[in-house]
Design a protein. Structure first.
Length: 514
């Protein structure tokens, strides 16, 4: 509703402004709002980019937002108006000049089980203990976030069925709902939630005798029951490792053939094909985006910024190889790590290198963000790994922890038991590292963990691959206290390389069985 204040020429907006002048105050005259505990705040940028924070000592939705973003290290910009506070920007994501996107606030209706738009501004939206509010970056009124207090699950997570869902879940039952066999080779990238359905990118069908690709890598759009809505072959040389990016009505697919494909999400038609990499590695890092640009790092060491339509804005060669290491955005800079241990911060507007260091190890996992900082892991040989923190303002590099084993999974960061926690898989389970103290806990398992471990509904879920006959993979469910709650072995059983997906109470598990 705050963005409405700025769009004066819209007839709909004028109506809403007139309507606002007749709204009653959120509190009765003379009533003083009291600070309350336990208000959940959802800050929602997109289906693959959001954060939940529990706040304390707040009186309204605006105070809850400030406490939540303060804990995350995110900057908020706002304006005061005669109608209350108008949110301009969160974490650098702001309304464009035409206000085609804007920030608005919603409140959870627990009895109806729905997100509802608030009739007042954030600073006049009262909250009580147990309430949940959402700040949504949206295009039109009527949009609502996919996560809810009942299903606060991250979009890129894991597989099976959880009963019951919610923040304090225990695994009462783990059973498959449906198996969708795409018959198009291994699935080595994480599936994505989109407004149209489930997006799945496979590696194509390889003839392992001739080592020739018999079928190029197809991209599928499925409905939530696994029915194919459309499929599109997008080339590639097999072993596709880059998870696609969805922005508005476009899908951005980076391929090992060095091409970036821009595809219409609704129809599956290829809008543009761009050759961005000529290296042996091709494009294995995933594209990332802010409100202005698409960014992509290649195996040839080039970092490229493009418009949503695929026009190149700038390009810089960083003299390294980007393999698996997806960049991360923080406060106007893009951070990325090379296979030779080089780490960079690059200005997103100009492409200028703001900071770089060399650690002489191997960085081959995505970087992650925490409160005001970037975290990454680096491996030295087969016997030692180190976890580092980069301050988002000063670029100060700090070692968080040295671990006496090689990490086998993508690195991740999330809140667990109110503490910012870094998670990394190894051959034998997952390490949980307290980002502040460096204290390490271990969640044991059989076999190496190759996909990211994530927090799901107050617990931790991850997948192992034991290899050998049958390529046995197992899904593990742990409580936040480290108690093993259950395991699940999918059938047919095969390697699970990418991070699976959670949507409402369903977990989607991509495997090499296709």
């Amino acid at each position: 509703m705050r963005a409405v204040v700025k769009v004066i020429l819209s007839a709909v907006v004028l109506f809403l402004l007139l309507h606002l002048t007749t709204l009653p105050s959120a509190l009765a005259d003379g009533e003083t709002p009291q600070s309350v505990e336990g208000v959940d705040v959802l800050i929602y940028f997109s289906p693959s980019d959001f954060a939940w924070v529990e706040t304390k000592g707040v009186k309204n939705a605006f105070e809850a937002l400030l406490e939540a973003t303060g804990g995350l290290g995110w900057r908020v910009e706002w304006e005061n108006s005669s109608y209350g506070v108008y949110i301009k920007s969160i974490r650098g994501v702001s309304s464009p000049p035409d206000y085609s996107y804007f920030w608005t606030v919603l409140k959870w209706n627990s009895s109806g089980g729905v997100w509802e738009y608030t009739p007042t501004s954030a600073d006049t939206t009262p909250v009580d203990s147990g309430d949940a509010v959402a700040f949504l970056y949206c295009h039109t009124f009527g949009e609502t976030p996919d996560p809810t207090p009942e299903y606060p699950l991250p979009v890129l997570s894991y597989s099976g069925v959880l009963h019951p869902p919610g923040p304090s879940w225990r695994v009462w039952e783990i059973r498959p709902i449906r198996t969708a066999h795409l018959d198009s080779g291994p699935i080595d990238t994480s599936p994505l939630i989109t407004p149209e359905g489930l997006l799945v990118y496979t590696s194509g069908v390889m003839n392992y005798t001739s080592f020739k690709l018999e079928r190029p890598s197809p991209l599928f759009l499925l409905d939530w029951d696994g029915k194919i809505l459309w499929e599109r072959e997008v080339g590639g040389v097999g072993f596709e490792l880059s998870t696609p990016l969805v922005r508005a009505s476009s899908v951005y697919v980076a391929s090992t053939d060095g091409n970036l494909y821009i595809i219409n999400l609704t129809t599956g038609e290829v809008f543009k094909k761009l050759k961005l990499d000529n290296s042996t590695w091709g494009l294995t890092s995933s594209p990332v985006a802010d409100e202005r640009c698409i960014y992509l790092a290649g195996g040839d060491g080039n970092l490229t910024a493009l418009t949503p339509d695929g026009d190149i804005l700038w390009r810089v060669n960083l003299n390294t190889t980007f393999y698996f290491s997806t960049p991360i955005l923080l406060e106007g800079e893009i951070y990325l790590g090379g296979r030779d241990g080089k780490i960079f911060a690059v200005n997103t507007t100009t492409g200028d290198v703001a900071w770089e260091r060399s650690l002489n190890g191997t960085i081959k996992a995505p970087l992650v963000t925490g409160p005001g900082a970037v975290y990454f892991s680096i491996t030295f040989g087969e016997e030692i790994s180190e976890i580092y923190r980069i301050d988002g303002n000063s670029h100060q590099l700090q070692k968080v922890k040295t671990i006496s084993t090689a990490l086998t999974s993508s690195f991740n960061a999330f809140q667990l038991n109110g503490r910012w926690t870094l998670a990394a898989g190894f051959d034998g389970g997952v390490y949980l590292v307290d980002a502040s103290s460096g204290e390490v806990r271990t969640l044991p398992a059989e076999g190496p963990v190759t996909a990211s471990a994530l927090a799901v509904g107050g617990g931790v879920v991850f997948v192992t691959n034991t290899g050998g006959e049958g390529n046995l993979s197992t899904l593990y469910f742990y409580s936040s206290q480290g108690e093993l709650l259950g395991t699940y072995v999918p059938t047919p059983n095969d390697w699970i390389f990418p991070t699976p997906l959670v949507h409402t109470s369903r977990l989607y598990l991509p495997t090499d069985a296709g």
